[in-house]
Design a protein around this ligand. Structure first.
Ligand SMILES: [Zn+2]
Length: 149
């Protein structure tokens, strides 16, 4: 990642202004934006969609959305995002349904901080439940990092 050529970054930045940050090639309003705000807010239909929308929320700095989709049992008190982190892209590797109310999503998220590329390879766990009294929906619980990126 650290050696990615400059034109790739320029292209990614241009696409980000019109396409959803999650890399779906759809417009933000027709993709993760639906779950961030509006009549379908917080209604991501499955764990993979929620995962994508949370990545987009990281890119867009939507800490409120991150908190409202992070299970209360594991959500950190301090959710301040580092504005110096530049998110470069998301790749969803696999989405597995473990039970009707449990799923996991394996992904790689690439970012850049202070000129250094970083690759986050994680398997995230999600549950479908009514964790805040507003009706059952998908929640991010926690994640397991894959060693060696
Ligand atoms: Zn999206």
């Amino acid at each position: 990642m650290a050696r990615s050529p400059a034109p790739a970054f320029a292209e990614a930045r241009t696409r980000a202004s019109t396409s959803c940050p999650c890399g779906s090639a759809r417009a933000l309003a027709a993709c993760c934006g639906r779950w961030h705000a509006g009549p379908q807010q917080l209604q991501a239909p499955d764990a993979a969609e929620l995962m994508r929308s949370r990545y987009s929320a990281f890119v867009l700095g939507l800490t409120d959305y991150l908190r409202r989709t992070w299970h209360p049992s594991t959500c950190p008190d301090d959710l301040t995002l580092d504005p110096a982190v530049h998110w470069l892209g998301l790749q969803v590797r696999a989405a597995r349904t473990l039970a009707p109310d449990r799923a996991e999503v394996e992904f790689v998220a690439r970012s850049r901080l202070a000129g250094r590329g970083h690759r986050l390879h994680e398997t995230s766990c999600f549950v479908f439940e009514d964790a805040d009294g507003s009706g059952a929906r998908w929640w991010y619980v926690d994640g397991t990092l894959h060693a060696g990126g």
